[in-house]
Design a protein around this ligand. Structure first.
Ligand code: SF4
Ligand code: SF4
Length: 374
């Protein structure tokens, strides 16, 4: 095996041991497939959770050494729905992630995901190694929302990478407005543009992602912010979990807070239906501060948006085609009318899926959009 960054060896060894036990325990009962958005949309047994588990084990054993031969791993959104349905609670997502980490650190993963990790390492932002534009967008958003920059505050808000792109910067303005409206003491910094979850989870480089996380903690300390505040993206939360267990992030991870922990109280949203992201339904059990019924599927069995785990970021045509099919299927399963999601990644994935599926009867919003305008 090629030399590995610090922490990765222990992570892979633990995952390989767990994967072998899990594959032996798995009875192929297929109870898990009902929750797997990727299997249900692609209808191919290679994309079912038990087959992914076995493929990931082969990667971890060094028997599969090319991402093209491990394609089902790149269509797993790491949503954990299979785990809640499995009688043995097998953590397929975690084994899938470890297998992808092995391919990534050996330089055998999809090049577009390697490029994402390089952007984070060089420029501190998932989508560019020249962070001038994201910095400018962050400063503009802070000005519009009336939020200070690099000022002492209770919280340093670190946006998701989407929020500092021209297409989604309006979402950032609404998050900051919702925080201000709720009386939360918050600041932002052009030196903390990204918390590293996309690199750690989607690009399968937890070593790179956790360093980025660490940098954000240092910025918070420098500006005098008590804690980090994040957008609700499952990747950042998962990065904190890996970081805590394998990459020495314990103290920093314990300082991570997300927007729905500080936006207290409930706002009624008549005519809305809530989509529960993996973060809300399975990784935290949190209910966002919006009073509205869930979409047809409910936590913890909520079907994932399909966009986590790097499916959304990979540019290779083989993965892009899978993404198109997964997103379109997922969008067809949404009810008509006003659908509100708690997660920016779900918002991006599902709004893309609505375009693929030609659905014009769904109006998709973020919880923070509703809070900012209400
Ligand atoms: S539910 Fe669990 S045991 Fe059954 S096929 Fe899925 S992973 Fe295997
Ligand atoms: S983690 Fe989600 S996408 Fe991946 S195998 Fe399980 S249910 Fe399917």
């Amino acid at each position: 095996m090629a030399p590995q960054p610090e922490g990765v060896r222990a992570y892979l060894e633990d995952a390989a041991g767990y994967a072998a036990e899990a594959a032996a325990a798995c009875t192929r009962c297929m109870l898990c497939v009902a929750g797997c958005v990727s299997y249900r949309s692609l209808r191919d047994p290679r994309f079912s959770p038990p087959e992914r588990l076995r493929l990931a084990l082969r990667v971890l054993r060094g028997e599969v050494r090319d991402w093209r031969r491990a394609l089902p791993l790149y269509a797993c959104s790491m949503c954990r729905a299979c785990t809640v349905l499995c009688p043995f609670r097998i953590e397929v997502w975690r084994v899938v992630h470890a297998a992808r980490v092995r391919l990534a650190v050996e330089g055998r993963g999809p090049p577009s995901l390697a490029a994402l990790a390089e952007c984070v390492e060089r420029g501190g932002h998932s989508f560019t190694d020249d962070p001038e534009q994201p910095r400018r967008l962050l400063l503009e958003a802070a000005r519009k929302a009336g939020v200070g920059v690099d000022e002492p505050a209770d919280y340093l808000y670190v946006p998701s990478a989407f929020e500092t792109t021209p297409m989604y910067v309006g979402k950032l303005v609404n998050v900051l407005r919702a925080l201000r409206r709720a009386g939360v003491s918050v600041t932002v910094s052009p030196r903390a543009l990204d918390l590293g979850g996309n690199a750690a989870v989607d690009a399968a480089r937890p070593d790179v992602g956790v360093k980025q996380f660490q940098r954000a903690v240092e910025v918070a300390e420098e500006v005098g912010a008590r804690r980090l505040l994040t957008a609700v993206c499952g990747a950042d939360l998962k990065a904190a979990m890996f970081g805590e267990e394998y990459f020495g992030l314990k103290r920093e991870a314990s300082r991570l807070t997300h927007v729905y922990q500080v936006l207290r109280g409930r706002v009624r949203c008549d005519g809305c239906r809530l989509h529960a992201s993996c973060f809300v339904s399975r990784f935290t059990g949190l209910r966002p501060p919006l009073e509205a019924p869930w979409t047809r599927d409910r936590p913890p069995y909520t079907l994932c948006c399909g966009g986590g785990g790097g499916v959304n970021f990979a540019r290779e045509p083989e993965i892009a085609e899978l993404r198109r099919r997964i997103y379109a299927w997922r969008a067809r399963a949404l009810p008509p009318g006003r659908v509100v999601t708690a997660c920016i990644k779900c918002y991006v994935s599902m709004s893309t899926g609505l375009l693929y599926a030609g659905r014009r009867d769904v109006r998709l919003e973020l919880v923070t959009d509703v809070l900012a305008s209400g």
